[in-house]
Design a protein around this ligand. Sequence first.
Ligand code: HGY
Ligand code: MN
Ligand code: MN
Length: 415
Amino acid sequence: MRINADRLHESLRQLAQIGATPGGGVTRLALSSEDRTARDLLRRWLEEASLHLRVDDFGNMTGRRAGSESSAAVVMASHIDTVRCGGRYDGAYGVLGALEVMRTLNDLGVTTRKPLELVNWTNEEGVRFEPAMLASGAVAGRFSPDYVADRTDRAGLRFGDELARIGYKGDRAHRPGPVAAYLELHIEQGPVLEDAGIPVGVVEGIVGITWSEIVADGRADHAGPSPMPLRRDALVAAARMIAGVDDIARAIEGAVGTVGRIAAEPNVINTIPGKVTLSVDLRHPDAATLDRLMAALEHLARDVTALTGVTIGVNRFWTSEPTPFSTEVVDAVQAAADALGIATQRLWSGAGHDAKYMQEVAPSAMIFARSVNGLSHCEQEYSTPEDLEAGANVLLYAALRLAGIEGERISHTRG
Ligand code: HGY
Ligand code: MN
Ligand code: MN
């Protein structure tokens, strides 16, 4: 029993055309018109695979394949929203890998004991509507429906209004689950598997992530007559913060720190910037160390304020705690790969995933396919067809181990 690799690659190719960028990547921001078009395509594919589709109040799309038992489901999920100028595989691979598992079981006429559900999570990236993993976090009870609905993008548009605009505002009663176990197939997005020469990763957990918004509040003034000693240049202060974030992260083993988003006002050539807003993304596998990184950031803000006279405000608005996955599901992934004779390596994810919030409500784990050059969140994101196929076969076997096959004594899938 194996997935149909050509069909998986063709589905990935078709989905990547929606929001395609000139450089070979994809921009398909959550709740954008591109996201709607992709959702419509996915809806058609789910219906063609005879999966019962439901859409919940956050726009999460669930396709259900009945089992011989009417019990909690084995859920396979990821996301089809992307970052700006992102890759063709981040998220899409997990959703279409799950679809390929369903299609393969249909081809073979296999009925599982537990039902299977495929989920497309809304707004995993947290790029248009911060924070990330917003809709899976809401289903897990970490964000209220009002908090989610009121999140706004940089243009001030509300999540709730945009969800209605694209026609994917569903019903609370149609949320995924109940969940017996959760599996997420994803590209690694880092260099670990490639450095090890290993095609598939058995993911044991996700590092801690915390996002903050920094506001540098200075004084706009004319770029000409204003003497340097009298200036309160918000962009110069922000530059000190940006360099400081890099220093803070480099000083702690295993930490990463990124300033990815910045906006200067009024952002014109002959005015000293009065206000600058920037984002800070800090990550570490250990929660206490993540807090140490935050303490260092707040200390830096005080120093820069004292040095420049520009007030630096730090708002830590989201924290995703370090999340170990459940041994039971990690072992099912490992056993699946072993049954297939696929070489694996254990690792933790440096990227956030919806699996983080699903681990809070059900035993969960992830499967990684190797990333070429470790690149992701860029148009150069790439994984070989062979590695993508290997990961999807591990997903198939792990799902069957967790869901069981009707009529089989125990869910041992033969190689
Ligand atoms: O930010 C992340 O790690 C994920 O790509 N949303
Ligand atoms: Mn992703
Ligand atoms: Mn991503």
